[in-house]
Design a protein around this ligand. Sequence first.
Ligand code: F6R
Length: 608
Amino acid sequence: MCGIVGYVGTRDAIPVLVEGLHRLEYRGYDSAGVAVVRRGKVVVTKAAGRVQELRDRLTKPTPSTIGIAHTRWATHGEPSDRNAHPHLDAEGRIAVVHNGIIENAKQLRARLGAAGVELVSETDTEAIAHLIAAELAAGAGSLEDAVRAALRQVEGTYGLVVLDRTRPDELVVARNGSPIVLGIGEGEMFVASDVAALVHHTQRVVFLDDGELATVRAGEYRTSTLEARRTSKEPTTVDMVADDYELGGHPDFMRKEMAEQPEAVERALRGRLDERFATAHLGGLGLDAMALRAVRRVKFLGCGSAYYAGQLGANLVEELARIPADAEPASEFRYRNPVVDPDTLYVAISQSGETLDTLAAVQELRRKGGRVIGAVNVVGSAVARECGSGVFLHAGPEVSVASTKAMTNMTVSFAMLALLLGRVRDLSAASGQRIVAGLRALPARIEEVLGDDAAIREVAKRHAGAKHMFFLGRVRGWPVAREGAQKLKEISYVHAEAYQSAELKHGPLALIDADMPSVVVVPDDELLSKNLGTIEQIKARGGPVIAVTNADLPEGLADDVIRVSRGEPELDPIVLTVALQLLAYHLAVELGRDVDKPRNLAKSVTVE
Ligand code: F6R
């Protein structure tokens, strides 16, 4: 959620740090700050608002070869200069930037207060700076020892970087639940919470594990555990490149990432479809045919769009494999003491692989002996590692807060999983061939939807004055409608509510009038006549209708029609979802919203 950058080397640190923050801004963005050591002092600059506000404040050159920086998404305390990181101890010796949540912050703050320490912010992070300073004052042998001793008193999650003005050649970093990655340069080292901030400088990285610390100097790093046991970490090379985080001529990342979908889907399918046996190969699952046959039920767990992707996945599994399947928000699952069934295959879905609720659901499953696989985009992320097996989404880095290409690749991956589960059961080879061909056709079909951009923009313009919107769908169209409503509300701030079409008449129909447009998802399937009936019901009450469909609708039935191509009915929801992404996008742009950075949201939600 928040972003961390650190640097130690030979260059002027501030430009490197601020550049890194810009690249992380998509993860959280209500305030930002930077600390460097200059002539034996920690010099801190902070600003509420975007990174640009911080840049505007950094007018005086402060040359330094070491520093830490942070972009914040508020959890404890309002977004303000005072609450922005870095936070200092009372002497101004120690500076800390931190992602995550310190659960016993209240107790720590009270204890520090009772010992006469004056806390100047409302944050949970500030306590850490004071604790480290106290350990140093009490004679800790090194900054690393002091950090270790301080962290032993801390409960909660953290990714943090610590700077000590008396040691202007080293940073100490630690991780527990919030990612920290080291970037290895030539005679310089970088630290970040996300490789996005590093790939401009280096692709050689070291991912810290939970419970690990590192002391980082310009030419070296040393890792150890919280218990002071040395660990040995070999650098890995990441395949992300700087261009993945550049707009490349697109007006924003959401647009870029929507445009990348045909290519992203190609990548997800590559090497995984088998025409000969009409099935899919998902080697990362680690499940052979016997194990796949033993699966009696599939349950998808994720949050937000990942949950809706799971709902689409559950439909696909039921249709193709004829085994019961459902989806549940991971955030609910983790808290309801779930009954974990040994014959169920649980699928944890997460673009970032860092969503705390999803990670906690996985941990709950593992604790209870459930079989859980991941459907994750970020290789090496917490959910991917915790699951140990699964399917990588191969969508490429997703920067825009609103998920588009990752969500699409989730559904494509679930179609392959459903095909595989179906083919070890009773799905015929002919039906399998049909799905394989349907999957192969998806990139071109998505390209076609993207090609319809201008027409969808016109529809969006016509409805840009709406304050509320319904999104309606049934069965295959229902998760599509939910995701359409989600996209619209998060980036346009228009109130959008998704309903199962048949439920309309049980209450919400009362809301229909000329000012309440309904987006009706109408797949060309056996429920077509039912969906046409829904449109009639809305029209009879004077409600405007936008039909998103691949069927031939009676002329004039809907006020606006967004048409997509026909394909295999089981896979059509994937294509219909892309049309709704464009609708939400254009509505948001029409309303002048900052689509990549919707208010109050962050790209990865590492808090409860
Ligand atoms: C919506 C969106 C969010 C995420 C959700 C889960 O566009 O992006 O709803 O889908 O926060 O995030 P991940 O997939 O990273 O676990």
